[in-house]
Design a protein around this ligand. Structure first.
Ligand SMILES: *[C@@H]1O[C@H](CO)[C@@H](O)[C@H](O)[C@H]1NC(C)=O
Ligand SMILES: *[C@@H]1O[C@H](CO)[C@@H](O)[C@H](O)[C@H]1NC(C)=O
Ligand SMILES: *[C@@H]1O[C@H](CO)[C@@H](O)[C@H](O)[C@H]1NC(C)=O
Ligand SMILES: *[C@@H]1O[C@H](CO)[C@@H](O)[C@H](O)[C@H]1NC(C)=O
Ligand SMILES: *[C@@H]1O[C@H](CO)[C@@H](O)[C@H](O)[C@H]1NC(C)=O
Ligand SMILES: *[C@@H]1O[C@H](CO)[C@@H](O)[C@H](O)[C@H]1NC(C)=O
Ligand SMILES: *[C@@H]1O[C@H](CO)[C@@H](O)[C@H](O)[C@H]1NC(C)=O
Ligand SMILES: *[C@@H]1O[C@H](CO)[C@@H](O)[C@H](O)[C@H]1NC(C)=O
Ligand SMILES: *[C@@H]1O[C@H](CO)[C@@H](O)[C@H](O)[C@H]1NC(C)=O
Ligand SMILES: CC(=O)N[C@H]1CO[C@H](CO)[C@@H](O)[C@@H]1O
Length: 872
């Protein structure tokens, strides 16, 4: 692992326009202007001020941190090392004040490494529900489960990756949607839900961690390859990838995790431009930045670049060494880092703690991540402190009910020739596919779910939780048919051709389950190193569908997948009577799909991504091989804002199923669009200065005050804040100790700093959320069944560089047959602004703008122009 000193190097140069002013025209590979892009320096790291509704939490945090000694401050910012304590991440405690060590725990869909917890639908699945209430409720329930286990910080939700390329591995299904607006609403509601339950949300991974290959420095085919660099221009950063993070910050996310990759060739966790300028400056983020596990690559450089908490704390897993811990103590007492910076880090952590009310919600940690045994070592890796470590507390409450409902609400009906809903009176029901049944190893039989056996209800990697049970489609359908006295048989071996053919010929209805999986890069499944190698179905799914449908003219296909899959081979076959996309729906999978198939729940989900007919249609491929001539693979985001439906629209490619598409068992008609202009003031850039950085208390510079206390039992490889020697160089164990006296200009400057025009409050300039237009339309259920319609509002920003349309509003309406409902959406200033790279602010351009309302990104029957003349 090489220390990345990009920030220091850049401080030697004037402010580089690495985040270029213009959208770069697509070019090939190394000739791209983005190739080897550099990230400009920005210092000092902004300190928390209590902006927005953070005032009270800030005051409490400051009062708490003011009581702390330097060692105690270092303790709460530094992780204690991998597998050193109960949770996947733990910092030190403050025993003197009775303050327990904070516990950070995966994952974005439930409590990882624990029993008696729920396995919720993944983010990329519930995005398809397009339902704010469900997102909030899921967040609240996940937060409650974490709280019940003693977790302080839930490591979720995910909006990085956004999903630039659907082949991108684990993090795509953990996140919501490649559309930034949809992701932004989903992340904000999830954050509010988690934090209303009294647990700190950690929105991650900041930023542009769009693929698994090369995300961290490592060995590839025998040679060292440095972490991949996502190279991006300023406009694309703001209009696409940063957008949902701004929503998360505005919703009050208590923490944000910096990612493994580099951005413009500077490691995310020490990228001063993205952490100091963009996140803490422009977005006014008041919480703390935590590193992804081992994503910290330097000590002082990351401290100056805005990192507030290092996870899991050690340089490499179980090295017993840390870039912080003793090194952070040293960097303060040797005068390199000003005290206000560590005070700020500690205050941000404590402010998040008070902001979500953990002072009233906290229970002691009652589980252990590293074993399910009831008794064991408190410090697993160091094998110290034997005792009761797993109390097996059941935290699930009745969450299974909403898990089932949300999974049904997230199911997207892609095709239906009238066969659905099934009556339950079908003479012979045949179920096919490995994806219909159980995993022979059990639902949690593959570590971190790193296999594709049995029905797929979550991807693999750290973003998972153990199932309390997994209801398979086969068992739910069997129960349904059995209750009706019907006949049901199944073949779950996809390669049992003879049996498949024989059974399909008999069946009055065949239901075929197929899937496609992805996950985190440390596990390879079927040759897929986290990222998918292709967009086709796994387990020979296309052949299975072909073998069944060739013999049965009433074949229903159900797809469980982490994202788009290619359906070319079967979607328009006349024998395929219906197609459903069910995502990765969590523990109630079978019940939810049976609810849809048998009409107990009328499907209303819509695709949160595009289904094309070729992987290349989505834009640049993932990088699967190192880039010649660069230590870091150079991933140039040349396509700008044109990903997913924006790319299909730009290139005039007709997708098979477009973004926002989804059918119901009823039908809806759209009429009467009405646009009302709302009086709003002019947009005023934020001006003025911050206060000076507060310094909370003082510290001794005498090394003997920081030595290991004689009464502490040293736990092997545990990271402490103490020094092992009174000689500072010896204590640092760093051969380069004291070598670099020139740190970035301004890094130690605690004087008042100029505010940023586009900033001013959490999320950015508050006037960006001024409502400029309100839009209404009438939606009529002209069918015969009650149903939900996800009504979508798109805006055309009108510029040459702009996508044809961008999503800017939606609502999921339940409408009775023959009835109408009024769709209402507000259009904010932000919704119709573009990022102006020269002004470094949002502007409403003079291009003609229009609003569209309809059922998908390509079915937009209603339109009106937006008169923005007063707002330019
Ligand atoms: C730091 O945290 C560790 C682990 O919780 C604890 O043993 C130690 O006493 C703490 N040190 C200080 C100075 O509070
Ligand atoms: C201090 O940090 C350096 C890297 O900057 C590392 O090599 C060294 O082991 C660390 N020292 C301790 C005591 O963890
Ligand atoms: C699990 O899946 C793998 C890969 O598809 C397959 O080779 C293996 O036989 C399956 N194991 C069981 C027990 O189903
Ligand atoms: C795509 O990947 C899956 C999973 O590894 C594999 O089963 C399938 O055969 C691959 N498809 C093609 C066309 O190579
Ligand atoms: C399927 O074929 C059967 C027998 O030819 C026919 O009765 C039935 O209507 C067909 N069903 C569909 C959905 O086309
Ligand atoms: C409902 O309205 C849609 C859109 O106008 C139309 O295509 C459809 O035919 C109507 N359905 C019925 C049953 O009238
Ligand atoms: C610090 O001292 C303890 C106790 O003497 C020792 O076990 C540990 O290995 C030392 N840590 C480092 C990083 O040298
Ligand atoms: C201060 O301590 C830090 C952390 O060990 C080290 O990187 C830096 O070189 C030291 N600076 C001086 C001036 O000794
Ligand atoms: C970008 O905009 C700034 C501020 O207007 C200007 O100074 C700079 O020259 C521009 N850079 C490029 C590459 O156009
Ligand atoms: C720890 C550290 O950042 N060391 C750097 C000090 O400066 C030299 C020369 O610029 C670099 O090579 C070291 O990596």
């Amino acid at each position: 692992m090489l220390p990345d000193i990009a920030n220091l190097v850049f401080s030697l140069f004037p402010f580089l326009h690495a985040y270029s002013n213009t959208t770069t025209p697509p070019t090939n590979g190394s000739s791209s202007p983005l190739n080897n892009a550099q990230s400009p320096p920005f210092y000092p790291s902004p300190w928390i001020e209590g902006l927005g509704d953070w005032g009270e939490a800030y005051a409490k945090a400051q009062a708490f941190v003011s009581q702390l000694t330097l060692l105690e401050k270092v303790n709460i910012t530094t992780g204690t090392g991998w597998e050193s304590d109960h949770c996947v991440g733990n910092v030190g405690s403050v025993p003197r004040l009775g303050f327990d060590a904070l516990c950070m725990q995966d994952s974005p869909l439930g409590v990882r490494f624990a029993d008696y917890v729920s396995a919720f639908p993944a983010g990329g699945t519930i995005a398809a529900a397009w339902d704010r209430g469900e997102w909030y409720r899921r967040g609240y329930q996940m937060g409650s489960e974490h709280r019940g286990k003693g977790v302080d910080v839930q490591l979720g939700p995910v909006v990085g990756p956004l999903g630039r390329n659907p082949k991108g591995g684990k993090r795509n299904w953990e996140g919501f949607s490649p559309d930034p607006y949809l992701s932004g609403i989903a992340v904000a509601d999830t954050v509010r839900g988690i934090q209303d339950a009294g647990v700190i949300a950690c929105t991650k991974h900041y930023i542009m961690n769009e693929q698994e290959h090369f995300r961290s420095p490592g060995t590839f085919e025998g040679s060292f390859v440095d972490a991949i660099s996502s190279n991006i221009d300023d406009k694309t950063l703001h209009e696409l990838y940063l957008w949902p993070f701004a929503d998360a910050v505005r919703a009050g996310t208590g923490s944000i995790m910096c990612s493994y990759n580099k951005i413009n060739n500077s490691q995310a966790c020490q990228n001063s431009y993205l952490q100091n300028y963009i996140l803490k400056g422009e977005l006014g983020f008041q919480g703390f930045i935590m590193s992804d596990w081992d994503a910290q690559h330097s000590g002082v450089a990351s401290t100056f670049a805005g990192l507030d908490m290092t996870m899991p704390g050690d340089t490499d897993f179980n090295s017993g060494l840390s870039f912080w811990g003793p090194n952070l103590t040293l960097s303060i007492i040797n005068g390199t880092v000003p005290e206000w910076r560590v005070d700020d880090a500690a205050t941000r952590i404590m402010a998040a703690y008070y902001y979500v009310g953990r002072d009233n919600a906290s229970v002691p940690v009652n589980f252990d991540s590293w074993t399910r045994d009831t008794y064991g070592y408190e410090h697993f890796y160091g094998q110290a402190g034997y005792g009761l470590i797993n109390q097996h507390v059941d935290v699930r409450a009745d969450h299974f009910r909403s898990i089932r409902r949300t999974a049904a609400m997230s199911t997207v009906l892609l095709k239906n020739n009238g066969v659905l809903p099934l009556k339950g009176t079908e003479k012979w029901t045949a179920v096919f596919g490995d994806d219909a049944g159980d995993n022979a190893y059990g639902p949690n039989g593959c570590p971190d779910h790193g296999c594709d056996n049995g029905t797929l209800a979550m991807g693999w990697g750290s973003g998972t939780a153990d199932y309390p049970y997994l209801v398979t489609p086969l068992e739910s359908i069997k129960r349904q048919v059995g209750d009706n006295g019907g006949v049901i048989t199944s073949v779950t071996d996809n390669w049992a051709y003879t049996q498949i053919e024989a059974m399909a010929k008999q069946a009055s209805v065949s239901i075929v389950f197929v899937n496609a999986d992805s996950g985190e890069g440390y596990i390879t499944v079927d040759g897929n190193m986290g990222d998918r190698n292709n967009l086709t179905l796994w387990q020979d799914g296309d052949a299975l569908i072909q073998n069944v449908s060739a013999n049965c003219n009433n074949t229903i296909v159900v797809i469980h997948s982490v994202g788009p899959v290619l359906v070319n081979s079967f979607y328009n076959s006349p024998n395929i009577s219906a197609i459903l996309w069910a995502g990765v729906p969590g523990q109630e999978s079978g019940n939810a799909i049976a609810d849809i198939l048998y009409g107990r729940y009328n499907p209303g989900g819509k695709l949160p991504f595009t289904i094309g007919s070729d992987a290349a249609e989505y834009g640049p491929d993932l990088i699967y091989e190192p880039t010649a001539g660069s230590a870091s693979p150079q991933d140039n985001f040349e396509e700008g804002v044109f990903i997913d439906y924006r790319a299909f629209d730009q290139k005039n490619i007709t997708p098979i199923y477009e973004f926002g598409y989804g059918l119901s068992y009823t039908t809806f008609s759209y009429s009467n669009i009405k646009v009302t202009k709302v009086a709003a003031g002019a947009y005023t850039p934020t001006t003025g200065q911050t206060k000076a950085a507060p310094t909370l208390g003082n510290f001794s510079t005498n090394p003997s005050d920081y030595q290991f206390p004689s009464d502490i039992t040293y736990v092997n490889t545990f990271i402490y804040p103490y020094l092992n020697s009174t000689d500072l160089r010896t204590a640092s164990m760093d051969p380069e100790y004291g070598l670099n006296y020139t740190w970035p200009a301004g890094a130690t400057d605690g004087r008042p700093q100029a505010r940023i025009a586009a900033g001013g409050a959490p999320g950015g300039n508050p006037q960006l959320w001024d409502v400029l237009f309100s839009v209404e339309a009438t939606i009529t259920n002209n069918g015969t069944l009650a149903g939900d319609e996800v009504v979508q509002l798109y805006v055309s920003l009108g510029g040459e560089d702009d996508p044809k349309v961008v999503l800017r509003g939606f609502d999921r309406l339940s409408i009775q047959p023959g009835q109408s409902a009024t769709f209402h959406a507000d259009i904010t200033r932000r919704d119709i602004s573009n990022w102006d790279t020269a002004a470094q602010n949002w502007v409403i351009t003079d291009s003609a703008k229009a609003v569209y309302v309809g059922a998908s990104s390509r079915k937009l029957p209603l339109t009106a122009s937006l008169d923005t003349s007063d707002y330019q």
